[in-house]
Design a protein around this ligand. Structure first.
Ligand SMILES: [Zn+2]
Ligand SMILES: [Zn+2]
Length: 443
Protein backbone atom coordinates (compact mmCIF):
# COMPACT_ATOMS: atom_id res chain seq x y z
CA UNK A 1 0.00 0.00 0.00
CA UNK A 2 1.54 3.34 -0.98
CA UNK A 3 1.66 6.10 1.60
CA UNK A 4 -1.73 7.74 1.22
CA UNK A 5 -0.50 11.11 2.42
CA UNK A 6 2.23 11.03 -0.18
CA UNK A 7 -0.25 10.08 -2.86
CA UNK A 8 -2.30 13.18 -2.03
CA UNK A 9 0.83 15.24 -1.41
CA UNK A 10 -0.32 16.41 2.00
CA UNK A 11 1.22 16.38 5.47
CA UNK A 12 0.22 13.62 7.84
CA UNK A 13 -1.38 16.30 10.02
CA UNK A 14 -3.41 17.77 7.13
CA UNK A 15 -6.94 18.88 7.97
CA UNK A 16 -9.85 17.42 6.06
CA UNK A 17 -10.25 20.63 4.12
CA UNK A 18 -6.59 20.49 3.11
CA UNK A 19 -7.13 16.91 2.00
CA UNK A 20 -10.19 17.90 0.02
CA UNK A 21 -8.30 20.71 -1.64
CA UNK A 22 -5.34 18.50 -2.52
CA UNK A 23 -7.64 15.85 -3.90
CA UNK A 24 -9.52 18.29 -6.11
CA UNK A 25 -6.29 19.67 -7.48
CA UNK A 26 -4.83 16.26 -8.29
CA UNK A 27 -8.09 14.80 -9.55
CA UNK A 28 -8.34 17.67 -11.98
CA UNK A 29 -4.79 17.14 -13.14
CA UNK A 30 -5.03 13.39 -13.63
CA UNK A 31 -8.64 13.05 -14.70
CA UNK A 32 -8.54 10.63 -17.67
CA UNK A 33 -10.76 12.97 -19.69
CA UNK A 34 -8.34 15.80 -19.23
CA UNK A 35 -5.17 14.18 -20.59
CA UNK A 36 -3.97 13.26 -24.07
CA UNK A 37 -4.55 9.81 -25.58
CA UNK A 38 -1.05 8.47 -24.87
CA UNK A 39 -1.09 9.56 -21.22
CA UNK A 40 -4.52 8.19 -20.55
CA UNK A 41 -3.58 4.78 -19.23
CA UNK A 42 -1.10 6.20 -16.77
CA UNK A 43 -3.53 8.89 -15.71
CA UNK A 44 -6.23 6.31 -15.04
CA UNK A 45 -3.95 4.42 -12.66
CA UNK A 46 -2.91 7.60 -10.96
CA UNK A 47 -6.48 8.82 -10.74
CA UNK A 48 -7.61 5.59 -9.08
CA UNK A 49 -4.76 5.84 -6.64
CA UNK A 50 -5.66 9.42 -5.73
CA UNK A 51 -9.34 8.58 -5.38
CA UNK A 52 -8.81 5.61 -3.08
CA UNK A 53 -6.32 7.55 -0.96
CA UNK A 54 -8.88 10.31 -0.68
CA UNK A 55 -11.67 7.90 0.28
CA UNK A 56 -9.62 6.66 3.21
CA UNK A 57 -8.24 9.96 4.45
CA UNK A 58 -11.50 11.88 4.23
CA UNK A 59 -13.27 9.27 6.35
CA UNK A 60 -12.33 10.02 9.94
CA UNK A 61 -12.65 6.45 11.11
CA UNK A 62 -10.74 4.93 8.23
CA UNK A 63 -8.05 7.59 8.45
CA UNK A 64 -7.56 6.81 12.12
CA UNK A 65 -7.28 3.15 11.34
CA UNK A 66 -4.80 3.88 8.59
CA UNK A 67 -2.75 6.10 10.89
CA UNK A 68 -2.71 3.33 13.46
CA UNK A 69 -1.98 0.33 11.35
CA UNK A 70 -0.86 1.68 8.00
CA UNK A 71 -3.71 -0.16 6.33
CA UNK A 72 -7.48 -0.07 6.30
CA UNK A 73 -8.52 -3.64 5.78
CA UNK A 74 -10.72 -3.49 8.84
CA UNK A 75 -8.63 -5.87 10.92
CA UNK A 76 -8.92 -3.38 13.80
CA UNK A 77 -7.58 -3.92 17.27
CA UNK A 78 -4.41 -5.70 16.34
CA UNK A 79 -2.00 -4.48 13.70
CA UNK A 80 -2.14 -6.57 10.60
CA UNK A 81 1.28 -7.45 9.35
CA UNK A 82 0.14 -9.78 6.53
CA UNK A 83 3.08 -12.16 6.43
CA UNK A 84 6.10 -9.94 6.50
CA UNK A 85 5.86 -8.14 9.83
CA UNK A 86 7.68 -5.14 8.42
CA UNK A 87 5.60 -4.70 5.34
CA UNK A 88 3.17 -2.42 7.07
CA UNK A 89 6.03 -0.07 7.74
CA UNK A 90 7.88 -0.35 4.50
CA UNK A 91 5.58 1.97 2.65
CA UNK A 92 8.38 3.96 1.11
CA UNK A 93 9.35 5.51 4.39
CA UNK A 94 12.31 5.06 6.61
CA UNK A 95 11.81 3.68 10.07
CA UNK A 96 14.67 3.45 12.49
CA UNK A 97 15.12 0.58 14.90
CA UNK A 98 13.93 2.77 17.72
CA UNK A 99 10.65 3.38 16.05
CA UNK A 100 9.99 -0.33 15.81
CA UNK A 101 10.84 -0.69 19.41
CA UNK A 102 8.45 2.04 20.46
CA UNK A 103 5.73 0.70 18.28
CA UNK A 104 5.80 -2.80 19.68
CA UNK A 105 6.34 -1.51 23.15
CA UNK A 106 2.97 0.12 22.97
CA UNK A 107 1.26 -3.22 22.66
CA UNK A 108 3.14 -5.29 25.13
CA UNK A 109 2.72 -5.66 28.85
CA UNK A 110 1.23 -3.17 31.26
CA UNK A 111 0.86 0.44 30.34
CA UNK A 112 3.62 2.39 31.99
CA UNK A 113 1.99 5.02 34.13
CA UNK A 114 -0.98 5.34 31.82
CA UNK A 115 -1.93 9.02 32.05
CA UNK A 116 -5.65 8.82 32.61
CA UNK A 117 -7.47 11.74 31.07
CA UNK A 118 -8.66 13.21 34.31
CA UNK A 119 -9.96 16.65 33.52
CA UNK A 120 -12.83 17.83 31.35
CA UNK A 121 -12.09 20.24 28.57
CA UNK A 122 -11.84 23.97 29.25
CA UNK A 123 -14.37 26.14 27.48
CA UNK A 124 -12.98 29.20 25.72
CA UNK A 125 -14.93 32.38 24.94
CA UNK A 126 -13.60 35.33 22.97
CA UNK A 127 -15.21 38.76 23.20
CA UNK A 128 -14.50 42.27 21.98
CA UNK A 129 -14.96 45.11 24.42
CA UNK A 130 -14.67 48.90 24.23
CA UNK A 131 -12.34 51.34 25.95
CA UNK A 132 -15.43 52.65 27.77
CA UNK A 133 -15.84 49.17 29.25
CA UNK A 134 -12.28 49.24 30.56
CA UNK A 135 -12.69 52.77 31.92
CA UNK A 136 -15.98 52.15 33.71
CA UNK A 137 -15.64 48.44 34.42
CA UNK A 138 -17.98 45.84 33.00
CA UNK A 139 -19.59 42.56 33.91
CA UNK A 140 -20.06 40.20 30.99
CA UNK A 141 -22.90 37.75 31.54
CA UNK A 142 -23.01 34.58 29.55
CA UNK A 143 -25.63 31.87 29.54
CA UNK A 144 -23.80 28.61 29.98
CA UNK A 145 -25.27 25.24 29.18
CA UNK A 146 -23.07 22.54 30.54
CA UNK A 147 -23.18 18.96 31.73
CA UNK A 148 -23.25 18.38 35.46
CA UNK A 149 -23.11 15.11 37.31
CA UNK A 150 -26.59 13.58 37.44
CA UNK A 151 -28.13 14.52 40.77
CA UNK A 152 -30.28 11.39 40.79
CA UNK A 153 -27.61 8.70 40.42
CA UNK A 154 -24.64 10.81 41.55
CA UNK A 155 -22.95 10.03 38.29
CA UNK A 156 -23.05 6.26 38.26
CA UNK A 157 -25.55 6.25 35.41
CA UNK A 158 -27.31 3.29 37.01
CA UNK A 159 -30.02 2.49 39.49
CA UNK A 160 -28.93 1.97 43.08
CA UNK A 161 -28.78 -1.83 43.17
CA UNK A 162 -27.86 -2.38 39.54
CA UNK A 163 -25.15 -4.95 38.88
CA UNK A 164 -22.51 -4.09 36.35
CA UNK A 165 -20.23 -6.22 34.27
CA UNK A 166 -16.74 -5.46 33.14
CA UNK A 167 -16.52 -3.50 29.88
CA UNK A 168 -15.19 -5.80 27.20
CA UNK A 169 -13.68 -3.13 25.00
CA UNK A 170 -11.28 -1.75 27.59
CA UNK A 171 -11.20 -4.82 29.81
CA UNK A 172 -12.52 -2.73 32.69
CA UNK A 173 -9.63 -0.26 32.46
CA UNK A 174 -11.72 2.69 31.37
CA UNK A 175 -9.07 3.81 28.89
CA UNK A 176 -7.92 2.50 25.56
CA UNK A 177 -4.49 2.93 24.10
CA UNK A 178 -4.17 4.41 20.69
CA UNK A 179 -1.15 4.43 18.44
CA UNK A 180 -1.00 7.69 16.56
CA UNK A 181 1.17 8.54 13.63
CA UNK A 182 2.80 11.91 14.30
CA UNK A 183 4.98 12.04 11.23
CA UNK A 184 6.73 9.85 8.73
CA UNK A 185 8.18 7.00 10.73
CA UNK A 186 7.06 8.33 14.10
CA UNK A 187 4.32 6.85 16.20
CA UNK A 188 3.20 7.76 19.66
CA UNK A 189 0.67 6.28 22.03
CA UNK A 190 -2.19 8.16 23.60
CA UNK A 191 -4.70 7.06 26.17
CA UNK A 192 -8.28 8.04 25.61
CA UNK A 193 -11.47 7.25 27.46
CA UNK A 194 -13.17 4.10 26.36
CA UNK A 195 -16.30 5.16 24.51
CA UNK A 196 -18.26 1.98 25.27
CA UNK A 197 -18.23 2.41 29.05
CA UNK A 198 -17.47 6.15 29.06
CA UNK A 199 -14.26 5.66 30.95
CA UNK A 200 -15.67 3.74 33.91
CA UNK A 201 -14.84 0.21 32.86
CA UNK A 202 -18.38 -0.78 33.80
CA UNK A 203 -21.35 -1.69 31.65
CA UNK A 204 -24.99 -1.74 32.78
CA UNK A 205 -28.02 -3.35 31.24
CA UNK A 206 -30.57 -0.98 29.73
CA UNK A 207 -33.21 -1.62 32.40
CA UNK A 208 -30.69 -0.82 35.14
CA UNK A 209 -29.80 2.58 33.75
CA UNK A 210 -30.68 5.74 35.68
CA UNK A 211 -33.95 7.20 34.39
CA UNK A 212 -32.91 10.81 34.93
CA UNK A 213 -29.73 10.79 32.87
CA UNK A 214 -30.56 7.70 30.82
CA UNK A 215 -27.26 6.20 31.80
CA UNK A 216 -25.26 9.21 30.60
CA UNK A 217 -24.17 10.01 34.20
CA UNK A 218 -24.60 13.69 33.48
CA UNK A 219 -27.50 16.04 32.92
CA UNK A 220 -27.68 19.50 31.38
CA UNK A 221 -27.63 22.60 33.49
CA UNK A 222 -28.18 26.14 32.33
CA UNK A 223 -26.81 28.98 34.39
CA UNK A 224 -25.53 32.51 34.06
CA UNK A 225 -21.80 33.01 34.28
CA UNK A 226 -20.49 36.44 35.21
CA UNK A 227 -17.08 37.67 34.17
CA UNK A 228 -16.05 40.88 35.86
CA UNK A 229 -13.73 43.22 34.05
CA UNK A 230 -12.44 45.69 36.64
CA UNK A 231 -11.86 49.37 35.93
CA UNK A 232 -8.45 49.93 34.42
CA UNK A 233 -7.91 46.28 33.44
CA UNK A 234 -5.31 45.61 30.73
CA UNK A 235 -6.45 45.96 27.13
CA UNK A 236 -6.47 42.23 26.61
CA UNK A 237 -6.66 39.53 29.23
CA UNK A 238 -8.21 36.20 30.10
CA UNK A 239 -10.60 35.75 33.00
CA UNK A 240 -10.87 32.20 34.29
CA UNK A 241 -13.91 30.84 36.10
CA UNK A 242 -12.53 27.67 37.59
CA UNK A 243 -14.48 24.43 37.39
CA UNK A 244 -17.37 25.91 35.43
CA UNK A 245 -16.93 23.69 32.39
CA UNK A 246 -18.59 20.28 31.93
CA UNK A 247 -18.60 17.97 34.92
CA UNK A 248 -17.91 14.31 34.57
CA UNK A 249 -17.70 11.55 37.20
CA UNK A 250 -14.14 10.86 38.27
CA UNK A 251 -12.76 13.88 36.48
CA UNK A 252 -11.69 17.28 37.61
CA UNK A 253 -13.97 19.89 36.09
CA UNK A 254 -12.37 22.12 33.48
CA UNK A 255 -12.52 25.92 33.52
CA UNK A 256 -14.44 28.46 31.50
CA UNK A 257 -12.02 31.01 30.11
CA UNK A 258 -13.07 34.34 28.68
CA UNK A 259 -10.51 36.24 26.65
CA UNK A 260 -11.40 39.84 25.93
CA UNK A 261 -9.74 42.23 23.57
CA UNK A 262 -10.30 45.98 23.49
CA UNK A 263 -11.27 47.50 20.17
CA UNK A 264 -9.56 50.60 18.90
CA UNK A 265 -11.28 53.75 20.10
CA UNK A 266 -12.29 56.55 17.75
CA UNK A 267 -11.09 59.32 20.08
CA UNK A 268 -8.65 57.95 22.64
CA UNK A 269 -5.50 55.92 22.47
CA UNK A 270 -4.43 54.12 25.62
CA UNK A 271 -0.77 53.97 26.60
CA UNK A 272 -0.36 52.24 29.94
CA UNK A 273 -2.64 54.09 32.32
CA UNK A 274 -2.57 57.27 30.26
CA UNK A 275 -4.90 58.37 27.51
CA UNK A 276 -4.00 60.32 24.40
CA UNK A 277 -6.19 62.29 22.05
CA UNK A 278 -5.85 65.13 19.57
CA UNK A 279 -7.49 68.50 19.30
CA UNK A 280 -7.25 70.99 16.47
CA UNK A 281 -7.39 74.77 16.95
CA UNK A 282 -7.00 77.72 14.60
CA UNK A 283 -3.82 79.76 14.81
CA UNK A 284 -5.62 82.68 16.44
CA UNK A 285 -6.59 80.45 19.40
CA UNK A 286 -3.07 79.12 19.65
CA UNK A 287 -1.83 82.69 19.99
CA UNK A 288 -4.58 84.20 22.09
CA UNK A 289 -5.84 81.51 24.48
CA UNK A 290 -9.35 80.06 24.58
CA UNK A 291 -11.87 78.10 26.61
CA UNK A 292 -13.28 75.12 24.77
CA UNK A 293 -15.10 71.85 25.35
CA UNK A 294 -12.18 69.78 24.18
CA UNK A 295 -13.25 66.18 24.63
CA UNK A 296 -16.10 63.92 25.68
CA UNK A 297 -14.64 61.54 28.21
CA UNK A 298 -15.21 57.80 28.44
CA UNK A 299 -17.71 58.27 31.27
CA UNK A 300 -19.70 60.83 29.29
CA UNK A 301 -18.33 63.98 30.97
CA UNK A 302 -17.49 66.83 28.64
CA UNK A 303 -14.07 68.16 29.51
CA UNK A 304 -13.68 71.91 29.15
CA UNK A 305 -10.23 73.48 29.34
CA UNK A 306 -9.59 77.20 29.87
CA UNK A 307 -6.32 78.27 28.26
CA UNK A 308 -5.53 81.70 29.70
CA UNK A 309 -5.23 84.76 27.48
CA UNK A 310 -1.67 85.20 26.26
CA UNK A 311 -0.70 81.54 26.72
CA UNK A 312 0.80 80.40 23.40
CA UNK A 313 0.17 76.85 22.20
CA UNK A 314 3.02 75.72 19.93
CA UNK A 315 3.20 72.92 17.35
CA UNK A 316 3.99 69.68 19.22
CA UNK A 317 2.50 70.89 22.51
CA UNK A 318 0.29 68.60 24.58
CA UNK A 319 -2.17 69.67 27.23
CA UNK A 320 -1.77 67.32 30.19
CA UNK A 321 -4.82 66.78 32.36
CA UNK A 322 -3.70 65.10 35.54
CA UNK A 323 -5.76 62.18 36.81
CA UNK A 324 -7.97 62.13 33.71
CA UNK A 325 -6.42 58.98 32.24
CA UNK A 326 -7.47 55.37 32.78
CA UNK A 327 -8.31 54.19 36.29
CA UNK A 328 -5.31 52.44 37.83
CA UNK A 329 -6.34 48.87 38.56
CA UNK A 330 -3.75 47.80 41.08
CA UNK A 331 -3.43 50.82 43.30
CA UNK A 332 -0.78 50.64 45.90
CA UNK A 333 -1.50 53.15 48.63
CA UNK A 334 1.57 55.26 49.20
CA UNK A 335 2.78 56.03 52.72
CA UNK A 336 2.10 59.67 52.21
CA UNK A 337 -1.61 59.42 51.68
CA UNK A 338 -3.30 59.92 48.36
CA UNK A 339 -1.98 57.87 45.50
CA UNK A 340 -3.23 58.67 42.04
CA UNK A 341 -6.46 56.95 41.15
CA UNK A 342 -6.00 57.51 37.44
CA UNK A 343 -3.34 58.01 34.85
CA UNK A 344 -3.19 61.28 32.92
CA UNK A 345 -4.85 62.52 29.78
CA UNK A 346 -2.67 64.09 27.11
CA UNK A 347 -4.28 66.21 24.43
CA UNK A 348 -2.03 66.71 21.45
CA UNK A 349 -2.57 70.16 20.03
CA UNK A 350 -2.83 70.53 16.28
CA UNK A 351 -2.65 74.08 15.03
CA UNK A 352 -4.37 75.00 11.83
CA UNK A 353 -2.67 77.85 10.03
CA UNK A 354 -4.78 80.15 7.87
CA UNK A 355 -4.95 79.64 4.14
CA UNK A 356 -2.84 81.73 1.78
CA UNK A 357 -4.09 85.29 1.34
CA UNK A 358 -5.89 85.12 4.66
CA UNK A 359 -6.04 88.91 5.08
CA UNK A 360 -9.04 91.02 4.20
CA UNK A 361 -7.13 94.19 3.51
CA UNK A 362 -3.43 94.62 2.68
CA UNK A 363 -3.24 96.75 5.77
CA UNK A 364 -4.01 93.67 7.93
CA UNK A 365 -0.66 92.20 6.99
CA UNK A 366 1.21 95.24 8.20
CA UNK A 367 -0.81 95.28 11.40
CA UNK A 368 -0.02 91.65 12.20
CA UNK A 369 3.59 92.05 11.18
CA UNK A 370 3.96 94.95 13.55
CA UNK A 371 2.22 93.04 16.36
CA UNK A 372 4.76 90.22 16.47
CA UNK A 373 8.47 90.45 17.23
CA UNK A 374 10.63 90.78 14.12
CA UNK A 375 13.77 89.23 15.59
CA UNK A 376 14.37 85.67 16.75
CA UNK A 377 14.53 85.42 20.51
CA UNK A 378 17.64 83.32 20.67
CA UNK A 379 20.88 85.03 19.59
CA UNK A 380 22.47 81.68 18.71
CA UNK A 381 19.70 81.00 16.22
CA UNK A 382 20.37 84.37 14.65
CA UNK A 383 24.11 83.81 14.39
CA UNK A 384 23.68 80.37 12.90
CA UNK A 385 21.79 81.51 9.85
CA UNK A 386 22.85 85.11 9.49
CA UNK A 387 24.57 85.91 6.30
CA UNK A 388 27.12 88.60 6.71
CA UNK A 389 25.40 91.38 4.83
CA UNK A 390 28.59 93.41 4.47
CA UNK A 391 30.58 90.75 2.67
CA UNK A 392 27.88 89.93 0.16
CA UNK A 393 28.07 92.48 -2.57
CA UNK A 394 25.03 93.44 -4.61
CA UNK A 395 26.34 91.48 -7.60
CA UNK A 396 26.59 88.32 -5.53
CA UNK A 397 22.87 88.09 -4.70
CA UNK A 398 20.82 85.74 -6.85
CA UNK A 399 17.09 86.17 -6.49
CA UNK A 400 15.50 82.71 -7.04
CA UNK A 401 11.80 83.03 -7.73
CA UNK A 402 11.15 79.46 -8.83
CA UNK A 403 10.28 77.93 -5.46
CA UNK A 404 7.49 75.93 -3.93
CA UNK A 405 6.56 75.12 -0.37
CA UNK A 406 6.63 71.41 0.38
CA UNK A 407 5.23 69.64 3.40
CA UNK A 408 7.41 67.12 5.17
CA UNK A 409 5.18 64.23 4.17
CA UNK A 410 5.68 65.16 0.52
CA UNK A 411 9.48 65.13 0.60
CA UNK A 412 11.18 62.56 -1.65
CA UNK A 413 12.01 59.16 -0.15
CA UNK A 414 15.62 58.05 -0.09
CA UNK A 415 17.09 54.60 0.03
CA UNK A 416 20.03 54.27 2.32
CA UNK A 417 22.95 52.82 0.33
CA UNK A 418 25.65 52.49 2.94
CA UNK A 419 25.60 48.69 2.82
CA UNK A 420 28.47 48.34 5.23
CA UNK A 421 26.46 49.76 8.05
CA UNK A 422 23.52 47.47 7.45
CA UNK A 423 24.74 44.79 9.82
CA UNK A 424 25.19 47.22 12.65
CA UNK A 425 21.92 48.92 11.97
CA UNK A 426 20.14 45.59 12.07
CA UNK A 427 21.74 44.61 15.33
CA UNK A 428 21.05 47.88 17.08
CA UNK A 429 17.62 48.29 15.60
CA UNK A 430 16.36 44.81 16.37
CA UNK A 431 17.89 44.12 19.70
CA UNK A 432 17.74 47.38 21.51
CA UNK A 433 15.23 49.35 19.51
CA UNK A 434 17.70 52.20 19.59
CA UNK A 435 20.88 53.20 17.86
CA UNK A 436 21.59 54.30 14.35
CA UNK A 437 18.59 52.52 12.86
CA UNK A 438 16.13 54.41 14.98
CA UNK A 439 17.79 57.73 14.22
CA UNK A 440 17.73 57.17 10.50
CA UNK A 441 14.16 56.10 10.04
CA UNK A 442 11.87 58.69 8.54
CA UNK A 443 8.28 58.52 9.51
ZN1 LIG B 1 -28.47 9.61 36.56
ZN1 LIG C 1 -14.74 0.36 28.42
Amino acid sequence: MPDLYEVLQVESKASSSEIKKAYRKLALKYHPDKVSEEDREEAEIKFKEISSAYEVLIDEGRREEYDLYGTTDGSGGVPNFSGDPFEAFNSGQEYGAEDFFNFFDGFGGQPQGAPKVNRTEDAQLDVKITLEDLYNGKTIKITSTRNIICTHCQGTGAKKKAVHKKCGRCDGEGTVRKIRRVGPGLVTQDFTDCTSCKGTGKIYRTKDKCKTCEGDKTIEETKILEFEILKGSPSTDTIVLEHESDEYPGKETGDVRLTYDCQEHAVFERKGDDLYTKYKIPLADALCGFTKNMVKHLDGRVISVPIPKGKVIRPGDYIKLKNEGMPIKNQSKSWFGSSNKNGDLYIEMEIEFPQDNWFLEKNDIFKVKNLFPNELLNKNDINKQRIDENSSSEANIDMVTDFSIVQEKNLPEYQSNDDNDDDDAYRYGKDTGAGPQAECTTQ
